[in-house]
Design a protein around this ligand. Structure first.
Ligand SMILES: NC(=O)c1ccc[n+]([C@@H]2O[C@H](COP(=O)([O-])OP(=O)(O)OC[C@H]3O[C@@H](n4cnc5c(N)ncnc54)[C@H](OP(=O)(O)O)[C@@H]3O)[C@@H](O)[C@H]2O)c1
Length: 247
């Protein structure tokens, strides 16, 4: 994992992944993507092997701009060997996890799908020319266990659950197409485990019973899982400890 692009580096998990990736390998280059590059960690922005480009999942034209801006910093000939999608949306202005059917809102659902699912596939589409090299490529989407259809015993959280389930289906589709078009490549969905972040903060009281990881711990866990994967790991939905989750 040497030529790395991470989407969502202004977030807790994305930022920690970027820092950990830079630290663990003195030859790694890490390019981060987020809406406001100035809000990305200084450890990435100011690093000689790092950089941050502007990207907004809500803007359909943004992946093309990312591709254009990426070429001079990490050329398509050199390519990307690791792409991690760590952007995600659970709550925000006018958006909060729905408890019941009456809470559903079309605009909120569209926002959740843009960030939690569509944004991933459109970035992979724009970055496809960077995956056409002969080295092993890992493409990973940070999903969530609550996006598992098989594991859903509680209901609620309609927009988040359904957009993460859609993300998982995109991962599964790409796990079929990418190895055909840019072999050797794998595409996986990762559950990061409950992690301290702005996304989980409103639920900190109900999370008190659960193990909550720091972003640095989560980054280390996800890197361990990713690093252990070979081509046999393609198309899987894995938890932070490496265990398999039901789709
Ligand atoms: N924390 C947990 O306990 C937990 C558990 C399960 C799964 N996850 C998943 O882990 C991933 C990272 O979450 P986190 O905990 O690190 O949350 P976070 O700190 O809130 O980070 C969320 C990231 O998503 C980005 N984002 C939101 N809307 C965007 C948009 N329109 N365009 C581009 N980027 C956008 C944010 O960028 P801005 O800074 O610009 O808003 C930020 O970089 C998410 O996919 C989340 O669903 C987290």
């Amino acid at each position: 994992m040497k030529r790395i692009v991470i989407a969502g580096v202004s977030g807790a998990i994305g930022g920690a992944l970027a820092s950990a990736m830079l630290e663990r390998d003195p030859e790694a280059t890490v390019i981060g993507l987020c809406r406001k590059p100035e809000q990305a960690p200084e450890a990435l922005r100011g690093h000689k092997r790092g950089g941050v480009l502007a990207w907004d999942a809500a803007d359909a034209g943004s992946p093309a701009s990312v591709a254009e801006a990426l070429e001079p910093v990490l050329g398509r000939k050199e390519g990307i060997d690791t792409f991690i999608y760590a952007a995600g949306l659970l709550h925000g202005p006018g958006l909060f996890p729905e408890k019941r059917l009456e809470d559903l809102d079309a605009v909120s659902m569209a926002r959740a799908f843009a960030v939690n699912s569509t944004g991933f596939a459109l970035l992979v589409q724009a970055l496809l020319p960077w995956f056409r090299h002969r080295d092993f490529k890992r493409i990973a989407a940070v999903s969530a266990k609550v996006g598992s259809i098989g594991d859903n015993g509680f209901g609620g959280w309609y927009a988040y659950r359904s957009s993460k389930a859609a993300l998982n289906m995109l991962v599964r589709n790409l796990s079929i197409e990418l190895p055909r078009r840019c072999k050797p490549a794998i595409c996986v969905a990762l559950h990061p485990g409950t992690t301290e972040s702005a996304l989980s903060e409103p639920f900190s009281q109900s999370l008190a019973k659960l193990t909550v990881h720091t972003p640095a711990e989560t980054a280390a866990n996800l890197i361990r899982v990713l690093e252990a994967l070979d081509e046999q790991g393609n198309g899987r939905f894995l938890s932070w400890n490496g265990s398999e989750l039901p789709w």
